[in-house]
Design a protein around this ligand. Structure first.
Ligand code: SF4
Length: 266
């Protein structure tokens, strides 16, 4: 499917939860958030129906996000359901890696193809500070497990302030090089002020070539991360919500004052 600006829309990012087991300072408030009531979160059948309908309309790439997707109960079952949808040729996940060691084999068996792991520093103390208590070694073991299970290429998402020329980012780049991983630098974004830029080493943030839609955990299809426009699959039905989202996809992002990264999935 194509939008009004002749951009091919073939990528759907699916947020499966607003919950997370870390508290990264630029994403989740230290005291946590007001969680979505369970009944507002799409169940597996609803998520799979959105993916199936989207695949029928031309979506071929799906990325599972959160919050932290691996805290969603039975996540391996959902991966299996999505990977069995005809037309989905690229199925990935963005995770903070904390539970990856435990889930890597099950995810690979269920049909997941690759993972992006959030990693902003390889300094264990700084990592713990930045994430509100995360253990870097657990994440490193998770990355190793993902490589061993063939969830490759493993890409590291490294959030930077301003530029990637700083000790933390350079440390992550070296770690990636030493372990045969890829790294992308994501400049810290601000939804409310509309501050964003093109991902260094990736595709995100380039509005001219934007190919993506987002599904939030509460069933909103968003044509753009930096926009308040969203369509409810529960209210409109999946076909109509998708159609409206593609037809109202803005030429470029502006700002988003209604959502947060933890409930959109970045
Ligand atoms: S700001 Fe919106 S249009 Fe631009 S790249 Fe991001 S999602 Fe696409």
């Amino acid at each position: 499917m194509y939008d009004r600006f002749s951009r091919k829309i073939d990528y759907l990012r699916v947020s499966v939860t607003d919950r997370c087991n870390l508290r990264c300072h630029y994403c989740m408030p230290p005291d946590g958030i007001k969680l979505l009531p369970q009944k507002e979160i799409l169940n597996f059948a609803e998520i799979t129906e959105v993916v199936r309908t989207a695949a029928g309309a031309g979506i071929s790439k799906v990325r599972i996000t959160g919050g932290e997707p691996l805290v969603r109960r039975d996540i391996v079952t959902l991966v299996k359901m999505i990977s069995s949808v005809p037309g989905i040729t690229d199925l990935g996940m963005t995770t903070n890696g904390v539970l990856l060691e435990h889930f890597a084999e099950g995810l690979a068996d269920a049909g997941l193809m690759r993972v992006n792991v959030s990693l902003d520093t390889i300094d264990p103390l700084k990592y713990s500070e930045m994430t509100g208590g995360g253990d870097l070694n657990t994440v490193k073991r998770g990355i190793r497990a993902a490589v061993d299970m063939g969830l490759t290429p493993v890409k590291l998402n490294c959030v930077v302030k301003g530029s990637s020329v700083n000790p933390d980012a350079e440390g992550v780049a070296l770690f990636a090089k030493e372990n045969g991983l890829q790294v992308r630098f994501i400049r810290q974004m601000d939804l409310e002020s509309g501050e964003f830029s093109i991902v260094e080493g990736g595709e995100g943030g380039d509005c001219r070539k934007c190919n993506r839609l987002r599904l939030t955990a509460s069933g909103m299809i968003m044509p753009c991360l930096f926009s308040n426009v969203q369509y409810s699959v529960r209210k409109l039905g999946v076909v109509e919500a998708l159609r409206q989202a593609v037809n109202h996809k803005p030429r470029c992002g502006s700002l988003n004052s209604q959502n947060s990264f933890y409930n959109i999935g970045g």
